[in-house]
Design a protein around this ligand. Structure first.
Ligand code: CA
Ligand code: CA
Ligand code: CA
Ligand code: CA
Length: 529
């Protein structure tokens, strides 16, 4: 595209001949070849008589005395190519029997007959140029629309920011006030709840102690086989489970070690208070016939819980805050919802009685304050996020005149034989196998990069998926003028480094008004085309 544009600017001018210039010399260099005047080689190396120009003998080291013959290996022959574009060819192609210039001037000796195709070439070039010019003009027209959209969007966002700023400030104040109100309501709530919870913990401890005492009494009755209300050494020795070394008899020593001291007899109080704790892990209660557990019979004081529960006497970590019913589960296992087994029936121990009424009043006041605060916080956050989004948008470099605005939030795809590539401007580049599979990151957008004079010539994407035994993947998307947004020409010039071309009206620049007034730059055109 660039080369065609350049070519458009260098349509050949009619040649106004003044003095005749030697064959193969361009008009630009014509003044160095003055008829009858000794010729100074263009590299300044020597001066030769004028008649040694094009005498088919190479005199100048730079070949400048033989532009119109093939005598010098490094000479250049200039084709005028009237009607098309001039061209400079190596002078070795002069009179070599092959038509190189479209005007046939390189085969001036007529050994071969060269038809002049310059007019035809010139016409098709001009047609191509015209089509290109139209495309660029259309692209530029769309570009102007893009710029207008970008400008409007930025203005809108700036206006929004003007009104959102104060709004956020007011919401922030409200939020802070409600935070204080919430904290003020939560303090008495917390204190009152703690009192009740501490009481409940104490109650449980008392109950636990009573249970343990009952167990001790039961064991005492079992051990006191002669029922004299004392457990003697002999009675202890009669219990097989106290045979800790497994030699078949229970020695006095074994009992003494278990009780941590020599004890002849112990009464119920001593047994309960001191020795039960030491004995209970070894003691084996009489085996009772296992009965099927009776179906749960909810007691009057304990309404059944409405949700699945797992009661666990040993775990006191209750979540009091969540529950405000008449009974509170001691241990609520959230992960047990899909447990197929029926939960054990609730027992009185599992539930903390409801908080006293005055505590519940404090709780509902705190709930209301929390709700109010949460609502205010949500509103504040929404506006805050909106402001941040706008600021992010305004900070984004959308190119000159914000022409790349319409490419935001868009993605463009290109598929070659193996992969489908996706380019989301300002976001990311990815590739995915054509026949499915997972998407691979080729990088996220990091910066604009220059392409020639255009500082917004390409987008760079970096830090894509790491290449095995290589760098992170990266991609460069070069922008070219076109009437449509289209991704094309994916390539991987270096391992894991991808390049693409993207045509877009946003990259179209207006043509110079006087595009035909420039002098042809032969060397440039030659290399560019
Ligand atoms: Ca010569
Ligand atoms: Ca030739
Ligand atoms: Ca006894
Ligand atoms: Ca023993």
């Amino acid at each position: 595209m660039a080369s065609l544009l350049l070519a458009f600017c260098v349509i050949v001018l009619p040649v106004f001949a003044s003095e005749p210039i030697p064959r193969g010399v361009s008009r630009a260099k014509g003044s160095f070849y003055k008829a009858g005047v000794p010729f100074k080689c263009l590299d300044g190396s020597q001066t030769i008589p004028f008649d040694q120009i094009n005498d088919d003998y190479c005199d100048c080291a730079d070949g400048s005395d033989e532009p119109g013959t093939s005598a010098c290996r490094n000479g250049r022959f200039y084709c005028v190519n009237k009607g098309y574009k001039p061209e400079s060819i190596p002078s070795s192609r002069v009179s070599d029997g092959i038509c190189d210039c479209c005007d046939g001037s390189d085969e001036y000796d007529q050994k071969v007959k060269c038809e002049n195709t310059c007019i035809e070439l010139g016409r098709s070039m001009r047609e191509e140029m015209l089509a290109m010019k139209k495309l660029v003009e259309e692209g530029y027209r769309i570009r102007s629309e893009y710029a207008a959209q970008g400008k409007t969007a930025k203005l809108e966002k700036q206006e929004q920011l003007v009104s959102l700023g104060p709004k956020r400030e007011v919401l922030g104040q409200t939020k802070d006030e409600l935070m204080l109100k919430k904290e003020a309501a939560e303090q008495p709530e917390k204190a009152a709840k703690e009192v009740h919870e501490a009481w409940w913990k104490e109650q449980k401890a008392i109950r636990e102690a009573e249970k343990e005492k009952a167990k001790a009494a039961e064991a005492f009755a079992q051990l006191d086989t002669n029922q004299d209300n004392l457990v003697s050494m002999a009675e202890m020795q009669a219990r097989a489970e106290f045979d800790t070394n497994g030699d078949g008899t229970v020695s006095e020593e074994e009992v003494t070690i278990l009780l941590t001291e020599a004890v002849d007899t112990m009464d119920l109080a001593q047994f309960t208070d001191t020795y039960w704790e030491l004995i209970k892990k070894v003691y084996k209660p009489p085996v009772v016939e296992v009965q099927e557990p009776a179906p749960p019979a909810p007691t009057e004081a304990v309404p059944p819980p409405t949700e699945a529960t797992t009661g666990d006497d040993e775990d006191d970590d209750s979540d009091f805050d969540e529950v405000n019913s008449t009974c509170i589960q001691d241990d609520f296992d959230e992960g047990d919802d899909d447990n197929e087994e029926a939960p054990p029936p609730p027992t009185e121990d599992n539930f903390m009685p409801a908080y006293p009424e005055e505590t519940q009043v404090l709780m509902s006041v705190a709930d209301a304050a929390r709700e109010e605060y949460n609502k205010a916080e949500k509103e504040y956050n929404e506006v805050d996020r909106e402001i941040q989004d706008i600021e992010k948008f305004l900070a984004q470099d959308l190119g000159p005149d914000d022409v790349f605005y319409p490419l935001r939030d868009q993605c463009y795809e290109y598929t070659d034989r193996e992969y489908t590539y996706k380019f989301c401007p300002f976001e990311k580049a990815t590739q995915k196998p054509k026949d499915g599979g997972t998407e691979t990151s080729l990088g996220t957008f990091t910066k604009w990069e220059a392409n020639g004079d255009d500082s917004y010539g390409s987008m760079k994407f970096e830090k894509g998926l790491h290449c095995w035994n290589g760098p992170d993947r990266s991609a460069s998307v070069k922008f070219m003028c076109g009437t449509e947004n289209k991704l094309a020409n994916g390539a991987e010039p270096n391992r894991c480094e991808y390049t693409f071309e993207f045509t877009t009206p946003a990259a179209c620049h207006s043509l110079p008004d006087d595009s035909e007034s420039e002098q042809p730059d032969v060397e440039h055109v030659h290399t560019e085309l």
